[in-house]
Write a protein that binds this ligand. Structure first.
Ligand SMILES: [Zn+2]
Length: 68
């Protein structure tokens, strides 16, 4: 199913929606109901320069259980 990612230019809310190409322009922001939506291409555009493993990584041990 084609999922598209949109970003509201008014409130900055980002959301995904599975909508057909012809109906994309009818979408509105679920938060502020704005129609100034910008389609976001490439979810991994925030490419970080992580090369290999790096030290100095502090990890706080907590008691996280998969079951709440
Ligand atoms: Zn909005």
């Amino acid at each position: 199913m084609p999922f598209y990612e949109f970003r509201c230019q008014d409130c900055g809310h980002q959301f995904t929606k599975n909508v057909s190409w012809l109906k994309k322009h009818t979408l509105t922001c679920p938060k502020c109901d704005s129609r100034k939506l910008q389609e976001v291409f490439g979810l991994n555009y925030l490419g970080s320069k992580d090369s290999g493993s790096s030290g100095a990584a502090g990890g706080g041990g907590g008691g996280c259980s998969p079951f709440g």
